[in-house]
Design a protein around this ligand. Sequence first.
Ligand code: EPS
Length: 387
Amino acid sequence: MLRFMTAGESHGPCITAVLDGFPAGVPVDAERINRELARRQMGYGRGRRMAIEKDQVEIRSGVRWGETMGSPITLVIENQDWKNWERQMSPLAQDSGQAKPVTRPRPGHADLAGALKFGHRDVRNVLERASARETVARVAVGALAKCLLEHFGVFVGGWVAEIGGVVASTEGLDFPELLARAERSKVRMPDPQAEEEVVELIDRCAKEGDTLGGVVETRATGLPPGLGSHTQWDRKLDGRLAQAVMSVQSVKGVEIGLGFGAARKRGSEVHDEIGFDSETREFIRHSNNAGGTEGGMTSGAPVVVRAALKPISTLMRPLRSVDLVTKEEVKAAIERSDVCAVPAGAVIVEAVVAFTLGQAFLEKFGGDSLVEIRRNYEGYLRQVREF
Ligand code: EPS
């Protein structure tokens, strides 16, 4: 079973991920991971923190001479900002009291619920771990999942579909073109006109001390039919994708394919009619409203996942809150933050989708090594072709 855990605080020394169950024999290099980390750091609307960080992964276990060994892979990304926080975030008792406690929880952040749950009088003990800094680890893990999937012609890519209500026009653009345009855009939007409007909107929001959310879209192509399973609730791939994506900081909604739109149409307009290509001897679909999953399994069509991100909850013009200690009405705490992190969100959602698909891929094709997985994969494809 492929699984991972992350550890680390936003202003601690580093963020760490341990990935277990990754097969042997997969070529991996730090530069491939670093390219994904750099993509996550880009985006107009980020705060000053991104000027401090230059995320680079250190592979501390599980890889030898450029290939995975099948043992747990430890990935470490240092926080450059740590040097400014060594005393405030020190593990040593002798440093206690080196930072003023944060007692004014921000609406929308984990602050209040976390303080009540863990009994913390200093909200920093919650916000440090709740921070989206943690997503640097998820992107690194997602990069490894991509390294595996790419061997089987599976490609996962995403972009920003809208920010602050400005919707990118994507009509007539195919997947490679969408990605190429998004990659060139400073807000990861495939539509230059929407990009221009969004940049203005971000500038306006920054001046007004406000923040912006948006919608990101991820697609995965090249997947065989039958990943996931209809037989049990926790094995349904659409449910697992939704959980993984919903767990990304700021995400408040997940759609697969038509998503909520399907509820407003008739069955005849929604379901993807089935055809058969007698040349390739493959079942085909005349549309992909289901977003690549049916009955909790891949259908063979591209998987399409959309996520809605709420606006960042740290406002420079803060909302009302209550001081945890005095119980007086106050303005919420102001932490240095971003105006808009949706472009980074697109890269993060791409990574968690890649991980979840990688997990389902390994469940289907098993194997401890790339060679064994390939044998199982090719055997299955033959079985499907000869159906
Ligand atoms: C974040 C607040 C900001 C963001 C951070 C997430 O950090 P800071 O408080 O240090 O300015 O920049 O995101 C990252 C550090 C990152 O790598 O994406 C928050 O409160 O969630």
